[in-house]
Design a protein around this ligand. Sequence first.
Ligand code: PLP
Length: 412
Amino acid sequence: MSTLTQFDVLAIRREFPILQQEVHGHRLAFLDSAASSQKPRQVIDCLEDYYRRYNANVHRGVYKFSEEATFAYERARGKVARFIGAASQREIIFTRNTTEAINLVAQTWGATNLRPGDRILLSLMEHHSNIVPWQMIAQRTGAILDYLSIDGEGRLVLEELDQKLTEQTKLVALTHQSNMLGTINPVRMIAERAHAVGAVMLVDGAQSVPHMPVNVTELGCDFLAFSGHKMCAPTGIGVLWGRRKLLEAMPPFLGGGSMIKVVELEQSTYADVPARFEAGTPAIGEAIALGEAIDYLSAIGMEAIYQHEVELMAYALERLGNVPGLTLYGPLTTEQRGGAFSFTLAGVHPHDVAAILDGQGIAVRAGHHCTQPLHRHFDVPATTRASFYIYNLPEEVDRLAVGLEKASKLFQ
Ligand code: PLP
């Protein structure tokens, strides 16, 4: 396969210490970045630099390290804001991950705005993180969940918007890119439709923000949630972006230090956003390292990253098409599709597929990928999933295909 990638993938690979290892005597082919990406030296060094040189709590100290930590933490917030095209860095709330960001919206915006009979529109392809928090708040408020269906290629059935998006719909919560199918959803159009009926739109960007240019102003959504660990940053740091007006009208999520103005014995007043939503000591080094990861990805270019994955996906669709017994779930073209794909291999359990591939140094994921309703829709209990990122090569697609052919033969 000739490569059109605009960056030097081999040079990028050298920046990831973990990719230099052998696994079971083979060079590591890491095809599980949709679960969590690997980290470049630049990000690891940044985290280490914080702990070695200026580790201190933020916002309260008046000594040098604390001021330096506060400056770096708030500078990271600014980097996140610019990266996603937010109007202000005050609209950026640091959370632990996507899951916490969505729960924050459900428990604060949802608890304040949802009434019995109100409807929340989701889709069948949501990750459990964008289903369970809405079930929990629906049970508390009497709101009702609706789901957009998907077609045989794993794309949303958009015609259903006519019946399922109504004046009763108060919130639409949709994934930008499916973690199982790789489908990229037309969230901009759906946000416009949601606003036309007075609903608020939350986008789960866990699989889009790391892999393509995402600009909240262009998307026209109201909330965006994503996780640092899927975009070269450490675990324990995630982001909720929200429109300032909405955030300012929301009550706090967790109570404690840092989120208050005045605390009395019976009651308290709360800080302005974003501090109102960042109770307790945050993941300081991790947030700073997320800022570094954003610098790293931005230097490569998000559009170039997206094109690289599309190219790998095009090759995978072609190459895996020749593997006997392979069923691929999700779009069979690269149009509006990213670089994550799930499959089954006739006669071989997905966990066995993953174990056989592991024996050849190929890391993939097997199971339901936190999308049980989607697996039920396809009538499969589990699938194997492979996913690409900046450091993957066409030859790894070849190794995957050869590994699958081997697994197929072994079980025949
Ligand atoms: N949403 C999607 C689409 C995901 O793929 C994931 C993680 O795989 C999540 C949400 C949850 O992310 P986290 O576990 O970092 O909270």
